[in-house]
Design a protein around this ligand. Structure first.
Ligand code: SF4
Ligand code: SF4
Length: 311
C-alpha cells in the first residue's frame, strides 16, 4: 500500500471487487457500497465468496461460454483447456490474473474479481452521488469481505468521506483488531455489525472463528458509544434456534448503542458465484417464506425489548 497525503490527495490503495451505487440494503438511505476483498472468516453460507481471498481472482461463467477457445490461445499459464467433447475446464489455481483471456473473450464469460484502486479513485465515484445521499439520508458503506482487513485504506477513505460531509457506514464481521475499531470509530457514523451464531462451538463451526474477538469488539464499540445496527443472517438448519433468537434479543436490549436488529433471511446468491470462481458451496438450506421470516421477527421480539426489522 502506498500513501501520499500532499495537497489533500490520497493514493493509499486497496483491492476493491465491486462498487454498487443506489444500494438500499446496506444502511440508511440511498448508498454507494464499496466491496473490499479479503476476510478473516469463512462463513459456510457466504453470499460474497468472491470476497474471501485478498487476492485478485478469475471468474468463469459457463452459461455464457460458446467454446471458441480464444482464451486457451492467449493464456500463458494453460489455465483453459477443453475435453474431447468440448467441455471447458478451468484450472483456477494456475491463473496469474494477467487478464489476457478476459480481453480475448467476446462473450463476457470471463472476468477478474478485484481491482487495485486508490482512495482518491474510489472517493471520486462516491462523491458523484452526494446529492442522492443528502436527499435520502444515505452515504457510503464500506463492505466486503471484511472491509477492515484493509484498514489503512478504510481509515483514509472514511476520513475523506467525513471531511466532505458523506455519512459513513462500515459493515463488519467484528473480527478485526480492537485498535482498528477504536481508531476508525471517530470517522464512522454507523457500524453494521454481524451477529452470526450463538455459542463458541457453533460459531467456530460456521465461520472458522470463535466468538471471543467479536464479542470483545462489540463491547469496545459499546464503551465508546459507537452506533451499531446488529445484522443477523438466519440460515435454517445452521444457526436458527430459540437460543440464538433469545441471545440476539438480549444483546439488542443490553447495549444502548445498538439502534436496532436487522434480520437477513437466507438466500443462495453465493452459490453461483462460488461455482464461477471454482469453489465449493456446501450449504443446503431452504429459502424461507415471508410468513416464516415474520415469525422469526416476532420470536426475537418476544425475548426482549428490541427494535427488530427485516433487512
Ligand atoms: S487471467 Fe491470464 S493467467 Fe489467468 S486464465 Fe486468463 S490469461 Fe490465463
Ligand atoms: S474466450 Fe470466452 S467464450 Fe471463448 S472459450 Fe474462452 S471463455 Fe468461452
Amino acid at each position: 500500500m502506498q500513501t501520499n497525503h500532499s495537497n489533500g490527495s490520497d493514493s493509499t490503495t486497496g483491492i476493491v471487487f465491486d462498487i454498487q451505487k443506489f444500494s438500499v440494503n446496506d444502511g440508511p438511505g440511498v448508498r454507494t457500497a464499496v466491496f473490499m476483498k479479503g476476510c478473516q472468516m469463512k462463513c459456510v453460507w457466504c453470499h460474497n465468496p468472491e470476497s474471501l481471498s485478498s487476492k485478485r481472482q478469475l471468474a468463469f461463467n459457463a452459461q455464457k461460454c460458446i467454446g471458441c477457445r480464444r482464451c486457451e490461445q492467449v493464456c500463458p499459464n494453460d489455465v483453459h483447456s477443453f475435453t474431447a467433447d468440448g467441455r471447458h475446464i478451468v484450472n483456477f489455481d494456475a491463473c496469474q490474473t494477467c487478464g489476457l483471456c478476459v480481453d480475448a473473450c467476446m462473450q463476457d464469460a470471463l472476468k477478474i474479481y478485484g481491482k487495485e484502486m486508490s482512495v482518491d479513485e474510489v472517493f471520486a465515484e462516491i462523491i458523484k452521488d452526494k446529492v442522492y445521499f443528502d436527499k435520502s439520508g444515505g452515504g457510503v458503506t464500506l463492505s466486503g469481505g471484511e472491509a477492515l482487513k484493509q484498514f489503512d485504506f478504510c481509515l483514509a477513505l472514511a476520513k475523506k468521506c467525513q471531511q466532505n460531509g458523506v455519512h459513513v457506514c462500515i459493515e463488519t464481521n467484528g473480527a478485526s483488531k480492537k485498535q482498528h475499531y477504536q481508531a476508525i470509530a471517530p470517522y464512522v457514523d454507523l457500524f453494521l455489525f454481524d451477529y452470526k451464531a450463538t455459542g463458541d462451538k457453533l460459531h467456530k463451526q460456521l465461520t472458522g472463528m470463535t466468538r471471543k474477538l467479536v464479542d470483545d469488539n462489540l463491547q469496545t464499540l459499546n464503551e465508546i458509544d459507537a452506533q451499531v445496527i446488529l445484522r443477523c443472517p438466519i440460515i435454517p438448519g445452521y444457526n436458527l434456534s430459540e437460543s440464538h433468537f433469545a441471545a440476539i434479543a438480549k444483546l439488542g436490549e443490553s447495549m444502548s448503542n445498538i439502534q436496532k436488529v436487522e434480520v437477513l433471511p437466507y438466500h443462495n446468491f453465493g452459490k453461483g458465484k462460488a461455482t464461477e470462481i471454482g469453489k465449493e458451496y456446501s450449504v443446503e438450506a431452504e429459502l424461507p417464506e415471508d410468513e416464516t421470516v415474520n415469525q422469526w421477527l416476532e420470536k426475537i421480539k418476544s425475548y426482549g425489548e428490541v427494535n427488530v426489522i427485516l433487512s
